[in-house]
Design a binder for this molecule. Structure first.
Ligand SMILES: NC(=O)c1ccc[n+]([C@@H]2O[C@H](COP(=O)([O-])OP(=O)(O)OC[C@H]3O[C@@H](n4cnc5c(N)ncnc54)[C@H](O)[C@@H]3O)[C@@H](O)[C@H]2O)c1
Length: 243
């Protein structure tokens, strides 16, 4: 499907990103992860750059270092994200800014820096954002988060228009509820919420990080060459069931 490519992914140390890293490695690609947490064990062809993405000013330098070391970047996956669940009336400016910086601002400026390199190297580039179904639907404890994911959809579309002439496809995946570190505690506290999500999903189960990773692989491959500027929901059908 895709092999011998260089994939740069943010948030590859956990959850959906980690599943994607494993799948890309399994398909014989070189994978570079930017994350604030880096594991001790590093398999062959996997490389880590430790960076807290809220430090937007450091992004340029890190991407420059990556491009010097790896020469080319074929695929960029903007996946790192946080969702510190909080009531609307309690979200202060500090928390709001943090969520915007990590989920939205860092993705924008990383895409910008990596796009410059893709254009220079004339690769058939692929840029994939991890958005969310929360970019379309609201959440009582996610007013800050939902805003960043809605913004990601629109940023993705505009970048897509800018980069099409350079042979770069730009798309976003909108996962439904997937149990990862981002929501594990929240769902453990509220078993009825988890069961509600399962009941709503026509497949009668929650989807897995590996199922999101497979769509990332598809969007990174030539099989999806005609898909551009698209938001692809991967939620097992949860969103279409209102009963
Ligand atoms: N899990 C879900 O239900 C779900 C649903 C929709 C969208 N998403 C999105 O999927 C993406 C991946 O989330 P996940 O569910 O795998 O969660 P996760 O918490 O398991 O993984 C998030 C990763 O991002 C990294 N990260 C967080 N803040 C960072 C920062 N400031 N700097 C650098 N790295 C940072 C973490 O270290 C971690 O490796 C996120 O963008 C999230 O919004 C998740």
């Amino acid at each position: 499907m895709i092999n011998n490519k260089t994939i740069l992914i943010t948030g590859g140390s956990s959850g959906i990103g980690k599943a994607a890293v494993n799948l890309f490695l399994k398909n014989n690609n070189k994978v570079i992860v930017i994350d604030k947490n880096i594991p001790k064990k590093k398999p062959k062809n996997l490389f880590f750059y430790k960076l807290d993405l809220k430090k937007i000013k450091l992004i340029k330098k890190v991407v420059k270092n990556i491009s010097i070391k790896f020469n080319k970047i074929d695929v960029l996956i903007l996946n790192a994200g946080i969702c510190p669940f909080e009531k609307f009336l309690k979200i202060d400016q500090k928390l709001f800014d943090l969520v915007v910086d990590v989920n939205q601002k860092s993705a924008f400026f990383l895409a910008q820096e990596v796009a410059k390199i893709m254009i220079k190297q004339r690769v058939q580039g692929k840029i994939i954002f991890t958005s969310s179904i929360s970019s379309i639907f609201g959440g009582e404890l996610q007013a800050h988060y939902c805003g960043t994911k809605g913004a990601i959809n629109q940023i993705m579309k505009s970048i897509c228009i800018s980069l099409g002439k350079h042979n770069i496809n730009v798309n976003a995946i909108l996962p439904g509820t997937v149990i990862t570190n981002i929501n594990k505690k929240q769902l453990a506290k509220n078993n009825s919420l988890k069961n509600y999500f399962i009941k709503r999903t026509p497949l009668k189960r929650l989807i897995t990080p590996e199922e999101i990773a497979k769509v990332m692989l598809f969007l990174a491959s030539d099989l999806s060459s005609g898909i551009n500027g698209e938001t692809i929901m991967v939620d097992g059908g949860m969103a279409i069931n209102f009963q």
